[in-house]
Design a binder for this molecule. Structure first.
Ligand code: H76
Length: 470
């Protein structure tokens, strides 16, 4: 009896809890800064970029997933944790950081060849090692035999190549004495706030040393130390906006007063875009701006000498780029350069193949967004924000040899052009219910092909539209 009463009280309490979460607005100090999408030019540039590159580079690039000759499980940049490497041994990698083959212009050239419009680099990953000579720690490139400002060279080379740069910054820091994963005492709390001050100084340092940086990519915000201190993430966001009001930062940085991450306790997105799409794409189009970050193999962000698991091919990557653009999202492909500073051959090959495709078909990706036509099984639609032209990115050519497009009444598909092949120029035939049919190009394709649709606002007369009511 008492148990029953307890259970029903609990159920009522839960029901009230749910109802209030849906109806009552939670008052928050550190919740979403804004409702709806950003509409300014800096954010539009981020959106129009559509294709980006991620670079994971740090001390972990030197062992490349092997420690003392043994394959280390997990992702290669986590080797310190995965192979349980003692601090003294890990720190000794600083003396091996020589990078005889590093040339930032080579990295930028490969990125430009792939057609990326922005690049995100790990200025400091979880290991805590900094790719710039920071004034606030000795654990940086300044302490290595390499001794140059790697980040500065990267920023210059990429900007010279016309590519925007973004900085990845890990809040987890396995090296800093004040970083805590959880707060268990007053001393921990004091330490963690000292670490907060260190982060604020480093973020400001990064923004002032490298003023062309367009935004930040924060990571490692899931530990209870951060989740219990949403105000810290808000302070970082405020600092960035103070130094550069146009700065862009995703939702992963942010935690609200109650420990809600990405979306605040009222369900509003914190930060400028959804930053939770890691190695996965949404099934349905998110209402917010969003970005997907993707690896080629399964076992690395940072360089792993032995790729394991499924290794994605260029056509798979191209399909994901198309899927992302068709749902108003950005796609960012990760690279893990080798410990000597050179790029790995498999990744250069990927960059070349994707670039080859982007040079012909990029107009269907850059500055493109969702085209509001009924989805079709042959692939993805996009539409240029600048010209209004629609594109069919055909990833699954139909056996019938016929591509169908259903457009809203009052629109006509006037012409269809195959990108990269002027011999294909079709005037689609109208079918029932304002559906237009196109012959699929006859020749086989190794990568998706793109058909540009010239649309006009006019009715196309139906050949036969007088079906009886059914
Ligand atoms: C977990 C984790 C991290 N987040 C990805 C973007 C990589 O940096 C990985 O190490």
């Amino acid at each position: 009896m008492r148990i029953k009463c307890f259970l029903s009280c609990l159920m009522i309490a839960c029901a009230i809890g749910q109802a209030s979460a849906q109806t009552r607005e939670v008052t928050l100090k550190y919740g979403a800064e804004r409702t709806g999408k950003r509409t300014d030019a800096d954010m539009q540039r981020w959106r129009d970029n559509r294709l980006g590159q991620f670079i994971h580079f740090g001390l972990y690039s030197i062992p490349g997933g092997f420690w003392k000759g043994k394959y280390a499980g997990g992702a290669a940049e986590w080797i310190k944790a995965g192979a349980r490497i003692p601090n003294e041994e890990y720190v000794a990698l600083v003396k091996e950081f020589r990078l005889p083959k590093f040339d930032a212009r080579e990295w930028a050239r490969a990125a430009a060849e792939m057609g990326v419009k922005y690049s995100v680099i790990t200025t400091k990953h979880h290991e805590g090692f900094c790719l710039w000579p920071s004034s606030f720690t000795d654990y940086s490139v300044a302490a290595t035999p390499f001794a140059r400002d790697l980040l500065g060279e990267y920023v210059k080379a990429y900007n010279d190549a016309g590519i925007d740069v973004y900085f990845y910054y890990s809040i987890i820091d396995w090296h800093h004495p004040d970083w805590r994963s959880s707060i268990k005492s007053a001393a921990d709390s004091l330490a963690f706030f000292r670490y907060r001050d260190f982060m604020l100084k480093q973020v400001e340092e990064l923004m002032t040393r490298y003023p062309t940086v367009k935004g930040f990519w924060f990571d490692g915000t899931w530990d209870s130390s951060v989740v219990q201190h949403g105000e810290i993430t808000w302070q970082i966001a405020q600092l960035m906006k103070r130094v550069n009001p146009g700065i862009i930062s995703g939702s992963r940085l942010r935690v609200d007063d109650r420990g809600a991450r990405h979306f605040d306790s009222n369900g509003m997105l914190m930060g400028d875009y959804e930053q939770g799409w890691e190695r996965s794409l949404p099934e349905e189009m998110p209402g917010n701006d969003w970005e997907c970050v993707m690896t080629i193999p399964e076992n690395q962000w940072g360089y792993h000498a032995e790729w394991r698991g499924h290794v994605k091919n260029p056509t798979e990557i191209i399909e994901m780029i198309a899927a992302a653009a068709s749902m108003n999202g950005n796609f960012v492909l990760n690279f893990g350069p080798k410990g000597d500073g050179s790029l790995r051959e498999e990744e250069m090959e990927m960059a070349r193949e994707v670039g080859k495709w982007m040079r012909v078909n990029g107009e269907a990706i850059y500055a493109c967004e969702n085209a509001p036509f009924a989805p079709r099984k042959w692939g993805y639609y996009t539409r240029s924000r600048l010209t209004g032209d629609a594109y069919m990115i055909v990833t699954n050519p139909p056996l019938s040899g016929v591509l169908k497009i259903a457009v809203p009444a009052g629109l006509t598909v006037e012409r269809a052009l195959l990108l990269g092949d002027a011999s294909y120029d079709e005037r689609p035939a109208r079918g029932t219910k304002n559906e237009f049919a196109l012959p699929a190009p006859a020749r086989p394709f190794a990568t998706p092909y793109v058909i540009k649709l010239v649309l006009e606002k006019k009715e196309t007369p139906a050949v036969h539209d007088d079906d009886p009511k059914v």
